[in-house]
Design a protein around this ligand. Structure first.
Ligand code: FAD
Ligand code: NDP
Length: 593
């Protein structure tokens, strides 16, 4: 047999044998103890792989390496499920005590395999490893139609919250530059924004986060496989990496955390010429005149920051803005964006995209149809971003092989323990049916699941009253019921809505518009005006909203807000002084401090 090498790294060669084979015997053909072990395994009908060291030209080097890895020089040297069992005596003893069968029958490669290394998957795997479990994470990014890929960390870090918030910040800084002139800064009349500088700085930061996650996994001894995993049976996955190399691994418990990917409309030219948020944040050129299709979080946020850095932006809205959110707030956001230069085409859907010119960016004609009048829409854009929703990544990972039930949109129904209909398979994050699709939700669900599985914790993830913020040019923070949902649920007579406009102090000297910022509390009259809906649009709404989420978790009433003394001068103090109700009427414009 020629020397067995892997670019000279014999440790990798040995580890490869150990990891790829459930039962691995390093042996010599002339050794009677080796024969004894092999005979035992045969008599137990156990499939094993054997490497006869005396048949390899570099057998003695391999034996030295094996000694370094296992601390044992002699053969046979037996591994089961990647764990070192020992030599002939150890194997015979384990057999006599019944431990060998136990290892062969009931032991898996890992206690837990997590599929998906995003917000939820990383949280679950690290927590399980903290609790002493053997854990592996499989994470693999399939390229977008135009070929964009990214590193470990999932949507939030690479193509979601992080680059989005940083680009939102770039836009806010531009607005701040304008304000700064009023505060005495002698900024040149014309200030340009450079897409490449922003994009590169943000991508560098993301690169450091990707690296940080890899280090964390290594430190916690979570095995990271950059490979796409599919189920073979409900304890086994087969995974393929970029080079096409396959590995098969088993685990007692599985956590599904595969997240979602953007949807494309079924119209000519969509995938050839359109992009999505998966491509935008690392786009190697400035997108230019842009059409954002869709009217939810992703579309409004991306359209908002692109306009904020100086681009010509249009948002194509099929029906309403921000479905599921308080519609008064949604329209106020739309009005603000319109005033600040974003164009809205509504109600309209695209019907085809045609390329007019190549380039970075190119030129494309977008044809659409107004859904009310049936009239045709036509306009030329440099970039078309589809933000029309996201599909769960559940259709190509062999869930049918294990009988795992999905709903008709492909989401995974789970019980309050995040358990699927297959008892040893759990699901967390964006792929779950009817759960908020937010990073902190995925993290909390993953952490608490691992604690429940591997410690005496009984804590369930509480999906009620999860605060959220839409990072549009004027931010919108929300907790609990929209006004319309509260009325539908509790009846109009049982709801009192307190509201007010406000004018941030920072905006006064800057001469920004008055009374576009707005705060609203939706209260339940029969329960001492318990606050069931919190809504605010204004600067830093995300920072404002988080603290009130704690109050609402504790069942805060309007009286609790009233007896709280505000912090002056802030926007948030508005919530401690609200007196005007919608029912009672009255002036809601801010009168001054
Ligand atoms: P993901 O983070 O999506 O991770 C899933 C991982 O699994 C991915 O890396 C995927 O490639 C991998 N994978 C899939 N299938 C396989 C397989 N078979 N084998 C191996 N690996 C696989 N949330 C907020 O809270 N705040 C925000 O501001 C915010 N902004 C957002 C902005 C945008 C543009 C988008 C798109 C989303 C935003 N979100 C935001 C939502 C947030 O990103 C998600 O809720 C969160 O990332 C979900 O985490 P997850 O663990 O469920 O999945
Ligand atoms: P959503 O599913 O929330 O919204 C999809 C939007 O696209 C809707 O406005 C919908 O209109 C429209 N639409 C759907 N199909 C078409 C079509 N064929 N043609 C034109 N328009 C269409 O998706 P998003 O991608 O915006 O967000 C996904 C999730 O990601 C969110 O629910 C959120 O949880 C998370 N996220 C969170 C953020 C944050 O926390 N700040 C930011 C971004 C995302 P219609 O109303 O008519 O159906």
């Amino acid at each position: 047999m020629p020397p067995i090498t892997d670019n000279g790294n014999l440790k990798d060669v040995i580890n490869n044998y150990i990891q790829k084979n459930k039962v691995m015997v390093f042996s010599k053909t002339t050794c009677p103890f080796c024969t004894k072990v092999k005979d035992l395994l045969k008599s137990m009908n156990v499939q094993y792989e054997v490497l006869e060291l005396d048949k390899a030209d570099n057998g003695s080097e391999l034996q030295n390496t094996l000694q370094q890895l296992s601390g044992q020089r002699t053969v046979p040297n037996v591994y089961i499920n990647s764990k070192h069992l020992g030599g002939c005596d150890d194997t015979m003893k384990a057999h006599k005590e019944g431990r060998l069968s136990e290892m062969l029958n009931s032991q898996y490669d890992y206690d837990m395999i997590v599929i998906g290394g995003g917000s939820g998957g990383l949280a679950a795997s690290k927590e399980a490893a903290n609790l002493g479990k053997r854990v592996a994470v499989f994470d693999y990014v399939q390229p977008s139609p135009i070929g964009t890929t990214w590193g470990l960390g999932g949507t939030c870090v690479n193509v979601g919250c992080i680059p989005k918030k940083l680009m939102h910040q770039a836009a806010l800084l531009g607005h701040g530059l304008e304000d700064s002139k009023k505060f005495g800064w002698e900024v040149p009349e014309k200030v340009n924004h450079n897409w490449d500088s922003m994009k590169n700085a943000i991508q560098d930061h993301i690169g450091s986060l990707n690296w940080g996650y890899r280090v964390q996994l290594r430190e916690k001894k979570v095995e990271y496989h950059n490979a796409y995993a599919k189920f073979v049976d409900n304890h086994t996955v087969k995974a393929v990496n970029r080079k096409g190399t396959e590995i098969t691994k088993t685990a007692e418990t599985f956590v599904l955390a595969m997240g979602e990917r953007p949807r494309y409309p079924d119209i000519p030219g969509a995938k050839e010429y359109g992009i999505t948020s998966d491509d935008l944040f690392s786009l190697p050129y400035c997108p230019g005149k842009t059409l954002c299709v869709g009217a939810s979080y992703v579309s409004l946020e991306c359209g908002g920051f692109l306009q904020g850095i100086g681009l010509d932006v249009t948002i194509m809205v099929r029906s309403i803005l921000l479905r599921g959110f308080d519609q008064q707030m949604a329209e106020k956001i739309g009005d603000y964006m319109k005033t600040h230069g974003v164009k809205f085409v509504r109600p309209c859907v695209p019907t085809k995209i045609e390329k007019l010119e190549d380039g970075t960016p190119g030129k494309y004609r977008v044809t659409g149809k107004f859904t009310d009048t049936g009239k045709e829409y036509s306009e030329i854009y440099n970039t078309i971003i589809f933000a029309i929703g996201r599909d769960p990544c559940t259709s190509t990972i062999g869930l049918d092989k294990i009988g795992l039930k999905l709903n008709k949109s492909g989401f995974v129904p789970v019980n309050e323990q995040e358990q699927t209909n297959v008892p040893n398979v759990y699901a967390i994050g964006d792929i779950c049916e009817d759960k908020p699709e937010l990073t902190p939700v995925a993290i909390q669900a993953g952490r608490l699941l691992a604690k429940r599985l591997y410690s005496d914790s009984k804590d369930l993830c509480d999906y009620v009253n999860v605060a959220t913020t839409v990072f549009t040019p004027i931010e919108y923070g929300a907790i609990g019921y929209s006004e319309e949902d509260a009325i539908a649920k509790f009846g109009e007579e049982n709801i009192e809505v307190y509201h007010t406009n406000f004018w941030p102090l920072e905006w006064t000297v800057a001469h920004r518009e008055e009374n576009v910022c707005y705060a609203k509390l939706v209260c339940l009259l029969p329960e001492k005006e318990r606050v069931v809906g919190f809504h605010v649009i204004g600067p830093n709404a995300g920072e404002m909203t988080q603290g009130y989420a704690v109050a609402m978790k504790r069942g805060a009433t309007k009286a609790d807000f009233d007896i709280t003394i505000g912090i002056h001068p802030t926007c948030s103090e508005t919530f401690t002084t609200m007196e005007v109700t919608k029912r009672g009427g009255g002036d809601i414009d801010q009168a001054g401090c």
